[in-house]
Design a protein around this ligand. Structure first.
Ligand SMILES: [Zn+2]
Ligand SMILES: [Zn+2]
Length: 400
């Protein structure tokens, strides 16, 4: 029985379909073209390439275009086949791809930023082109007229950008670790609120408009799910990576979150479970279990003639405890801890094997990922690595 379970688990993994390895430099962004066996890539080697899958199963370029400087980011809109590319110089170049993806026509150029464009996002419904740059500004342009509509200064440079069409909220994640929510009007914006939860840079953002949740990934290795639709201020932590998060995609049809980190690991999270918030860490001058003083509590140490102990925290109840009262480790998947973490002895005995059932699956892309993209219509995931290779994965065994 156990062997069978392991066998099933072994089969449920991403299956490598193709690799594209023709780049002189790292591919900074790439997308899968929905309904076509195609990929669009932009690279530090200054090229924009459109790859179509041939009968041989190999991908061959149908478009190859070189820009004056390195491409840092892109946004592709399949309905209009509009491709917006952010450059290292701060400008954004736009092209329209032909229906057969064999040709590309320049349409617009925006002098959007003073420095490298870090994120670009085209919003068809508004005809807006949102972008942010290393010049610490967030701007939006009218994609019809090419005119700049508004701009907003950010406290540090922006590394993640998402937009909710229905309420016109922009989610802006930056290098200070915070996510700012701006309400955009045609030519002005107002600050709605700021989310602070990460101890490192925000490196990726993903918005699910259906459930109204925002996922943020960080260089602190964690992902936070901000439940905006629930209106209760719930923020759920997901701890399953041991390196910087490089990409987040939400498969809304199966309610699974796909995340990847720079060490190449891919984690698929089941978000169709009721997750719990992690507790605030409590402050105490002595162990909340055995009442032994912590080492800074000189008075109690003197009064009770006891040695001061180091303070730890139980990840489940948040109590301040000594090492002796928290000697056990457990995963707590419903709290987002897929790895073993410190728990107090009381909490340890309350965690059942059922509680320990993983809510995520762990995979490896075998390259150091800098970018990823998931296409729900084909169930295909694309990863770009520091090895200058693009890999295409069939995820249907995992995301289902
Ligand atoms: Zn204790
Ligand atoms: Zn506890």
């Amino acid at each position: 029985m156990a062997a069978e379970t392991r066998g099933e688990a072994r089969d449920r993994r991403p299956c490598l379909q193709s690799s594209i390895e023709a780049f002189q430099d790292v591919v900074s962004a790439a997308v899968i073209i929905p309904k076509e066996d195609g990929v669009i890539s932009v690279s530090d080697d200054r090229t924009i390439r459109v790859w179509m899958k041939r009968d041989s199963g190999q991908y061959w370029p149908s478009v190859y275009h070189t820009l004056p400087s390195s491409c840092s980011c892109m946004s592709f809109n399949p309905e209009t086949r509009r491709l917006s590319i952010g450059l290292d110089t701060g400008s954004i170049c736009e092209f329209i791809l032909s229906e057969d993806y064999n040709k590309m026509t320049p349409s617009n150029t925006y002098q959007a930023h003073q420095r490298k464009v870090s994120v670009v996002l085209f919003v068809l419904e508004m005809e807006w082109l949102l972008s942010s740059g290393q010049d610490k500004s967030f701007t939006w342009h009218c994609s019809e007229s090419g005119q700049q509509l508004g701009t907003h200064r950010t406290s540090s440079w922006v590394s993640g950008l998402q937009f909710d069409v229905e309420t016109r909220h922009a989610f802006v994640g930056d290098q200070s670790g915070q996510v700012t929510i701006l309400k955009l009007e045609q030519d002005s914006c107002s600050l709605v609120t700021t989310f602070k939860g990460h101890t490192g840079n925000v490196t990726a953002l993903c918005w699910d408009p259906a459930q109204r949740v925002l996922f943020s990934g960080s260089s602190d290795h964690s992902i936070i799910m901000w439940d905006i639709g629930g209106r209760k201020g719930t923020a759920i932590e997901l701890q399953g990576h041991s390196e910087k998060i490089e990409g987040l995609c939400y498969a809304s049809h199966t309610r699974q979150l796909i995340s990847c980190s720079s060490d190449g690991s891919i984690v698929v999270w089941n978000m169709d479970v009721t997750r719990q918030e992690t507790p605030e860490w409590l402050d105490s001058d002595s162990c909340q279990k055995c009442e032994q003083p912590f080492f800074w509590n000189f008075k109690q140490m003197w009064d009770s003639k006891k040695i001061g102990l180091r303070q730890h925290h139980c990840r489940k109840c948040g109590q301040a405890v000594c090492g002796k009262c928290s000697s056990r480790r457990s995963s707590i998947p419903l709290m987002g801890f897929e790895f073993q973490v410190r728990v107090c002895d009381g909490c340890f005995s309350s965690i059942t094997d059922d509680d320990r059932a993983p809510t995520a699956t762990f995979h490896h892309s075998k390259h150091n990922v800098v970018h990823m993209h998931y296409e729900p219509t084909t169930g295909c995931l694309l990863t770009s690595g520091t090895d200058k290779v693009l890999k295409l994965w069939d995820m249907t065994a995992v995301v289902s």
